[in-house]
Design a protein around this ligand. Sequence first.
Ligand code: G3H
Length: 543
Amino acid sequence: MTEQILDHIQNIFPAEQDIPEKYNVKAPVHQTTYLCDGKLVEWKGEMKDVYSPIYIKEKGKLTQKYLGSYPLMTGDEAKNALEAAKKAYAKGTGVWPTMKVKDRITYMQRFVEKMQAKRTEVVNLLMWEIGKNLKDSEKEFDRTVQYILDTIDSLKDLNRRSSHLEYESDIYAQIRRGPLGVVACMGPYNYPLNETFCTLIPALIMGNAVILKPAKYGVLLLSPLLDAFKQTFPPGTINIIYGSGRETIGNLMKTGEIDVFAFIGTSKGANGLKKMHPKPNRLRSVLGLEAKNPAIILPDADLDLTVKECVLGALSYNGQRCTALKMIFVHDAIKDEFLKRFVAAINNLKIGMPWEDGVQITPLPEPDKPAYIKGLIKDAQDKGGALLNDEGGAQNKSFIYPAVVYPASPDMDVFHEEQFGPIIPIRSFVDIQEPIDFIVDSNYGQQVSIFGSNSDEVAKMIDPMINQVCRVNINSQCQRGPDVFPFNGRKDSAEGTLSVYDALRVFSIRTLVACKNHGVNKKVLSEILEDRKSNFLTTDIVL
Ligand code: G3H
């Protein structure tokens, strides 16, 4: 088995002729424009080359597939995008922030139609740029479309609920939600479409003006959508810039004119950028950050189910999910059987190129990640851990085989660090307090998975755990979805809550029109409502 796997790893990369025609990138994508003030502005400056994590075999040599390039913009051009966003928002008086909700919904419906026409191109680039398998790339696209449709429905609902006047203590009021201003939006490389749009779409539809900078990897996949953005939205409401986060968004933060910072990535990256803003009270942050979600396997867990969920949880998209299971605690009484079955299940995972049918383990987009994973394995071995699968850590360029490390101990780096890749530390326990302490003492507080079939024991874990993390999963891997559920975290794992429902709220603020029931007010109110004189003060509903 080991030899077979090692041989496969050595020959994992295809020759050009092995790549199915329909999935190949026929010509490099050169993104030579950026979207600013409703125009695709030609970029004449330095470009950043984009290489795929997928290598191509030619005459016994492996070469990284060249995918194209994008602008390496500086702070100055980023500031042009800021000016465009400020102009569109016009301190809250612009066409977009004062538009009827119904009309903003119409714009978004037009955009989503245009976006759907680009599915094949975007999915293909997802595979090539970040190595996500075909099934998950398609899922990412479809999930994002669904997210937009659900957001539209949720906004209609929100609008319906506030389309009436309150009357309290002799005061009439209409309470709605208004936009916050200019939003800087940055997504992560593991969900460069979905997670980026999970902040971009609600920010836009609530009437804000947005400056979007794509993730470090997964940049070109936005190119097929640039025209749709340009054609759909009023100039300056959505601006898309390229380059390093520090140089572009960093320089915008320093101006103090960003009202909302929406960022999915590491707490280090988020904190560095947040600190640059000179007016911390003006800035609202919406952050999805790292996590170290553990699985806790109780002695009576159903092992078939547990192994299946733990493999999925630890290794979907090679473990590059903030919600991945990054530490497994298994009760001593079942550890031998669990380890045996877990390693066997990993051996059965199909490795290969993203377009291959049923493939689960693929090359990694971060060039340093395989060396980092190997470093974690070595550190664990130096500190008494064993590598349970012989092929664990076997590498070929950007591909590294999942490694199972046991027993993981607190002095190992992999015990604390968010590995965000294919290494799974496992530790056995006798006293349940040990995994509980791991969670309590952790800097993170996103989710936990508890595996067990005795309801008394599972219930005993739920009550303390729910106050440590924000989602307790029972006999199920950790995950964000479905996107209508709240997605958040404690400590260094998040700031704010993102779900379809919550995101509309984090990108807006409650604001009201009120008047005392005296004088001419009844007449004024009635005339505004009956003659539809205001876009805000209205009892119209959107069906
Ligand atoms: O990287 C973090 C993602 O939000 C995880 O989403 O659990 O649906 O894969 P997921």
